[in-house]
Design a protein around this ligand. Structure first.
Ligand code: TRP
Length: 341
């Protein structure tokens, strides 16, 4: 029996942080270890190029960093196919055929793309590749006949657009070659969007308010000690607020079952007064380090041999390419354009 297929990817635009970890990486490891799925995880470098056309060198560097992030959180290339989007030309070819099934108006309506266009300040010069990236994302997903696509909430419109393309393709060519995927979304609001250390709505590279999986312990300590708490909690004896206090927000997210009693006691003590920020931060540091120590250890091991890391990506890309080529062949047959076969 064939296993359900899971596929997900990241744009390689920098190192991954705790927001990525809690919002997606951790769940990928759980899914991997369930052993029930055929899993693909990939670096969407072509998608990164749609708004960073000139920065191919830094995208290349990010590929190395993100691959190390993957390996250090425990993604296992023996169990999961890890690959690079640009090394699978079949994806671009599928994109070409799907584009004919999607109107320009539909592309312009995609809410995530709309928001991004506003944020990126393209002005009158929106790269056409950027507008079309949801179609290329549909190619990524359908090339592997993915059933489940674990992504953040901002990716809902992409899954929806992919489903439309699948229906349109299968209807137009009277086939069932393409598979309609389902999105798998974060369980809670905070998991889906971890706030930054400064209390800003989102941990992000551009805001400089994140803890990276590759940060060393001193850096993590400094960052935790600078976290936004309750600005009115001036003296230790003062009653403090836990709502909007990032230390408690993070304790709720990263605390395990066995930490819950301590966390509840600390919250109560903090609100009553008499518990200082330094103490709560030290405790949070412990909790975060429990998560980060094994990640850091694995990273050091893998980073010793970057050649081997790229080797792993090359092997994964070969494997992925075979799968995508098979789907492309079926697609062209369904379209009646496999002229020489
Ligand atoms: N758009 C996704 C992001 O920004 C990355 C991505 C590209 C992706 N292709 C995909 C995710 C296919 C899931 C499936 O995070």
């Amino acid at each position: 029996m064939t296993k359900p297929v899971i596929l997900t990817g990241d744009r390689p635009t920098g190192k991954l942080h705790l927001g990525h970890y809690i919002g997606s990486l951790k769940n990928r490891i759980l899914l991997q270890n369930e052993n029930k799925y055929d899993m693909f995880v990939f670096l969407a470098d072509q998608q990164a190029l749609t708004d960073h056309a000139k920065e191919s060198q830094s995208i290349y560097e990010s590929i190395g960093n993100v691959a190390l992030d993957y390996l250090s959180v425990g993604l296992d290339p023996e169990q999961v196919t890890i690959f690079i989007q640009s090394q699978i030309p079949e994806l671009a070819e599928l994109t070409m055929y799907y584009m004919n099934l999607v109107s320009v108006a539909r592309l312009e309506r995609n809410p995530t793309v709309k928001t991004e266009i506003g944020q990126k300040g393209f002005g009158e010069s929106i790269p056409s590749g950027f507008l079309v990236y949801p179609v290329s994302q549909a190619a990524d997903i359908t090339a592997f006949k993915a059933n489940l696509v674990p992504v953040g909430n901002d990716q809902k419109p992409m899954i929806e657009q992919t489903r439309e393309i699948v229906r349109s393709f299968n209807y137009t060519y009277q086939t069932d070659v393409l598979v309609e995927p389902e999105g798998l979304f974060p369980k809670t609001e905070t998991e889906g969007r971890l706030p930054g250390l400064d209390g800003n709505a989102k941990m992000s590279k551009s805001l400089g308010n994140g803890i990276y999986l590759s940060d060393d312990v001193d850096t993590v300590q400094k960052k935790v000690m600078s976290m936004y708490t309750d600005p009115n909690h001036i003296r230790v004896e003062d009653p403090g607020k836990i709502e909007g206090n990032m230390v408690f927000t993070y304790l709720d997210v990263f605390g395990r079952e066995e930490d819950q009693v301590t966390i509840a006691e600390m919250k109560e003590h903090y609100q009553r007064g008499g518990l200082g920020d330094v103490k709560t931060k030290r405790y949070l540091l412990e909790i975060l380090e429990r998560e980060l120590v094994p990640i850091r250890k694995r990273r050091l091991e893998f980073a010793k041999d970057m050649g081997e890391v790229y080797n792993m990506l090359a092997k994964g890309s070969d494997k992925a390419r075979n799968v995508a080529a098979q789907t492309l062949d079926e697609v062209k047959t369904a379209m009646g354009i496999n002229y020489f076969k």
